[in-house]
Design a binder for this molecule. Structure first.
Ligand code: URA
Length: 237
């Protein structure tokens, strides 16, 4: 929410209830804004304190945890000046404002988490937790032993040396090479820059793993909700 919006819309967007139910709650006098009883149709801003039966909207709203298979050509940002499709457009039928946990480039496909649980999103994105992210990479050329050991030991990029990465499942195919690269940092365009700096331009990139999560058969554009068990495991990473 960037400016004032109608209260019932904000309550619905928060995943608390439908717009109609929000209007009913407001009409019943159960909603307060900044300490006074709300009226139907009034507008609120992001700093307005909204309480339902005395409890903050943030405390009572349902949390959603979504695992999306992001297709190539969809942006991970919340707004796009060029009007391209956004990842949040692919999860429209979830009745909450979801935010991506980190980003994937426009031309990267694969596993992206989205949630309206700001605490967990922040935790997961924090470098301290060193969450493994595995990418399936296709580069031009055949990766030699020296390049593999450079990736494994750390590559010097303009923003510093990368942490050691893991290389697996290396195989050549024609003039290309496929491999899996696992890193736990999340710098901008990191995998592309690591490979490019060694002389191997990336021609395909897909994230296939995030901590213990995989794409497990989800088609590009499809998503699923995480199970309670998966959410609990993410919370203790
Ligand atoms: N590394 C990249 O270069 N791009 C991504 O989208 C993710 C990781």
């Amino acid at each position: 929410m960037t400016s004032a919006e109608r209260l019932h819309k904000v309550m619905a967007a928060a995943g608390y209830c439908s717009r109609r139910q929000a209007e009913q709650l407001i009409a019943a006098g159960r909603v307060t804004v900044d300490g006074r009883v709300a009226v139907i149709g009034e507008k609120v801003t992001p700093s307005t304190e909204i309480l339902v039966d005395g409890r903050s909207l943030g405390d009572v709203q349902r949390r959603y945890y979504v695992l999306l298979h992001k297709p190539v050509g969809v942006v991970s940002t919340l707004s796009d000046p060029q009007g391209r499709q956004r990842v949040v457009d692919l999860v429209r039928d979830i009745p909450a404002r979801l935010y991506p946990v980190g980003r994937l480039d426009l031309t990267t496909s694969g596993l992206l988490l989205l949630t309206n649980d700001g605490d967990l999103a922040q935790r997961l994105a924090h470098p301290r937790h060193e969450i493994d992210k595995t990418y399936l990479v296709r580069v031009r050329g055949h990766l030699d032993r020296q390049a593999v050991s450079r990736l494994e030991q750390g590559v010097r990029l303009e923003d510093g040396l990368t942490a050691p990465a893991k290389v697996a499942a290396l195989r050549n195919s024609g003039s290309h090479c496929w491999f899996e690269l696992t890193i736990h940092e999340g710098r901008n365009r990191q995998v592309r820059r690591m490979c490019e700096s060694l002389g191997y331009p990336v021609s395909r990139l897909a994230r296939i793993g995030y901590a213990f999560l995989t794409l497990d058969g989800l088609e590009p554009g499809a998503y699923r909700l995480l199970t309670d068990d998966e959410v609990a495991r993410l919370k203790v990473l």
